[in-house]
Unconditional design. Structure first.
Length: 161
């Protein structure tokens, strides 16, 4: 009898219950598990920072284009005219532009007064663009920071109304 008792103690008390021993082993190994480290300091991965880095998988919005019919030089000339037309200190009159090499041309007319938006100065405009056998009448808006260039925020076909 002493032999059985010693065997029972040596086997951790599970010699008579092999199913209980297996279950205890599974629970013990399951609870020991694995661990992972999650960075929490501000110098860790951009995924954990607040601000411009977006880790949600959203696709950044592409900036609007004035016209798909304009080449790089046309756009350079158009942006220069847009900057002059939208200048809050300007006369508010239409500003024309053209490119003799391509025959593209257009005009920008500011609409209303400049207005602040998110720390920027913005202004609405109407535009006429003629390029590559197409004529477009557009409406839109552009914004700029105090020392920056005007950037288009919205461009769409003009709808009277």
């Amino acid at each position: 009898m002493q032999f059985l008792r010693n065997r029972h103690i040596a086997a951790g008390g599970f010699a008579q219950f092999p199913l209980a021993a297996a279950l205890a082993y599974l629970v013990a190994t399951g609870l020991s598990g694995c661990s992972i480290a999650i960075p929490v300091s501000s110098s860790s991965s951009a995924m954990w920072k607040d601000g411009a880095d977006d880790a949600t998988g959203t696709i950044p919005k592409t900036p609007p284009r004035l016209s798909r019919h304009l080449d790089a030089e046309d756009l350079r000339r158009a942006v220069a005219a847009l900057s002059t037309a939208l200048d809050p200190q300007g006369s508010g009159a239409s500003v024309n532009w053209d490119n003799p090499q391509t025959g593209s041309r257009g005009a920008f007319t500011p609409v209303g007064q400049a207005y602040p938006l998110d720390g920027k100065i913005c202004r609405a405009f109407l535009a006429d663009v003629s390029a590559a056998d197409s004529v477009e009448r557009l409406q839109g808006a552009a914004c700029r920071e105090k020392t920056a260039e005007w950037a288009l925020t919205e461009v769409k076909p003009f709808k009277k109304g």
